[in-house]
Design a protein around this ligand. Structure first.
Ligand code: FES
Length: 162
């Protein structure tokens, strides 16, 4: 009789253990999936981009670094929102063009070209980049991103991601 009670008790414990494990697994899946998708999905979302026309190349001054501003509308779910910003175009004397992102590689503030110091200056933490976008002072360690660009029908087009 005693042995039988022990056996039943063992079965009962096993059943409780299996039930608890099953319920915990279900709860973990039900709460974990939304949490994981909330944090992971944005990282997996493909960046979209488009070619933006900045107008005639002949308007750019050789030997200068010029701010090129843009504004266009982007559809995000149900909303259509304006996308505004600027990039920096470096026009060499031989008409060779480099286009830099205005986003500082430290914490993403916008850098401004300062003619007097011949550097891009970041107002947030005093980061500085030379005229080729290389970091020369302050916290940034990576160069300014160079943007893909092309010339079509004498206009400068830059590929912007958002
Ligand atoms: S964001 Fe530019 S230096 Fe920090």
């Amino acid at each position: 009789m005693r042995k039988r009670n022990q056996k039943e008790s063992l079965h009962s414990k096993r059943r409780t253990f299996i039930k608890t494990t099953f319920l915990c697994s279900g709860a973990a899946i039900l709460t974990g999936f939304p949490l994981v998708s909330y944090f992971i999905a944005p990282a997996l979302k493909k960046a979209t981009g488009k070619w933006v026309d900045f107008g005639a190349v002949e308007k750019l001054t050789p030997g200068s670094i010029e701010m090129l501003t843009y504004e266009f509308m982007v559809k995000d779910g149900w909303m259509v929102l304006p996308q505004r910003g600027f990039v920096w175009a470096k026009i060499n004397k031989d008409q060779n063009i480099k286009v830099f992102s205005s986003t500082c590689t430290h914490l993403a503030c916008n850098v401004i070209w300062q003619e007097e110091s011949n550097q891009f200056i970041c107002p947030c933490h005093s980061g500085r980049f030379d005229s080729n976008g290389k970091p020369v002072a302050g916290p940034p360690t990576k160069p300014l991103a160079m943007l893909k660009h092309k010339i079509e029908q004498d206009n400068l087009l830059v590929y912007l991601t958002f």
